[in-house]
Ligand binder design. Structure first.
Ligand code: SF4
Ligand code: SF4
Length: 392
């Protein structure tokens, strides 16, 4: 098929026959595509979005602010890739969405929120527009030392470095690693944005620059193994950096902490509490890491672990992926992903939602406030819960 515009996978866009299965979880209990759930129009569903892209490639519809808003309301949760009924096509769905956004970037037709995000990263090196010199401040008091050939580099990322909620999570992980005697260091004010959100939002030139600079820095310092706080960074380091020559052994912090518990390097005491766990899309569906966070919670004496109905492969996104954490295109309405997820967690009877991603932590904390449930539900990182179990 010849289109007026082109993207890498343009030749297979027409294979989507808009059956709509991709917007559900595997048991069809509710809509599992956050943008469709929030807006309710078929164009915001994966299949609808696919047909819009097809019409746009064919110049039947023009680039417009509304078209861009529809594309950028996708939170890259990968539910559609998991649920699409067409085996030969499903793996390319996220690529097609990402390539369409990259083409909009080339045309200069992106939403203002996305443009502001790119500008903040390009100018300040982080989306918060805070000084680079403050990037390592979160680590004060943790005992973490600058990276100089230790076994692991602990990479905090932008949210872990600058956001208050993310910083708390990073500090807990750092303290646990240090106390357990892990050979680990941080880059502090030398750390730079990993570029994961820049890529998913479609700015390929800026992403490549960030990735190449990080790879050069990691190699220059002799980094071989990386522990990430953020599953988005984990995904970029594991899947995107090798294509640019950066091959490292990459772990999520829950994998390392689960191992330390198993090896009795961390001993947990009783913390009687009902806890549920929210799978981050970039840890779960994107990287199939479902076990370690659950193993940690189940290893804490006194914890009653309660699964939400939609979990693991079928988990419902917090709404923060695909750069939406920064651009907020999905919004905070009643059917926004975070608020839907909070109501689902409440059904379990849990008092704490354990999270393994700083973006989820922030999105769900905001959603708890929007739902008026601050006195009933707490959002905590896995390492923060472990710290409680060590001091009780
Ligand atoms: S992406 Fe797959 S499941 Fe979704 S509408 Fe298209 S063919 Fe159907
Ligand atoms: S990746 Fe998630 S938000 Fe985007 S279209 Fe697919 S199911 Fe919807």
């Amino acid at each position: 098929m010849t289109y007026v515009r082109t993207i890498e996978h343009a030749d297979i866009v027409h294979r989507c026959f808009r059956c709509g299965y991709c917007k559900f979880p595997s048991d069809y209990v509710d809509f599992n595509c956050p943008s469709y759930k929030a807006f309710g129009w078929d164009t915001y569903s994966p299949g609808g979005r696919m047909w819009l892209i097809r019409a746009w490639l064919n110049d039947e519809i023009k680039s417009s602010p509304h078209f861009a808003e529809i594309l950028y309301s996708c939170v890259a949760c990968d539910n559609c890739k998991t649920q699409c009924v067409f085996p030969k096509f499903k793996d390319f769905i996220p690529d097609i969405f990402q390539e369409a956004k990259a083409e909009l970037v080339n045309e200069g037709r992106i939403p203002p929120e996305v443009r502001d995000y790119f500008k903040a990263i390009a100018v300040n090196g982080n989306p918060y527009k805070l000084p680079q010199s403050e990037r390592g401040k979160w680590a004060e008091g943790t005992g973490l030392q600058p990276y100089v050939n230790q076994e692991y580099l602990f990479y905090a990322g932008c949210v872990g470095s600058y956001d208050e909620v993310g910083q708390k999570m990073a500090r807990s992980v750092g303290k646990l690693l240090v106390d357990a005697g892990v050979s680990v260091g941080i880059l502090g004010s030398e750390e730079a944005c990993d570029g994961s959100e820049v890529k998913i939002l479609g700015e390929m030139g800026l992403f490549t620059k960030l990735a190449q600079e990080n790879i050069e820095q990691f190699k220059g310092k002799g980094v071989k193994k990386i522990i990430t706080l953020d599953p988005h960074a984990l995904n970029a380091f594991k899947k995107d950096y090798p294509k640019l020559g950066g091959k490292f052994k990459v772990f999520h912090y829950t994998e390392i902490l689960a191992g330390l518990i198993k090896n009795k390097k961390i001993i947990l005491s009783a913390y009687p509490m009902k806890i549920t766990y929210h799978d981050p899309c970039y840890l779960g569906r994107h990287n199939q890491i479902y076990g370690p966070p659950r193993e940690i919670l189940k290893a804490i004496p006194g914890v009653e672990f309660l699964e939400m109905h939609r979990n693991s492969l079928n988990a419902f996104c917090c709404g923060g992926g695909g750069g939406n954490f920064f651009t907020d295109i999905l919004g905070t309405g009643e059917d926004s992903a975070g608020r839907v997820r909070i109501r689902e967690a409440m059904e379990t009877g849990a008092r704490i939602i354990a999270v393994a991603c700083p973006t989820c932590a922030k999105m769900l904390s905001d959603a708890v406030k929007a739902e008026g449930l601050e006195d009933k539900l707490e959002i905590l990182g896995i390492a923060e819960i472990m710290e409680r179990a060590r001091t009780k």
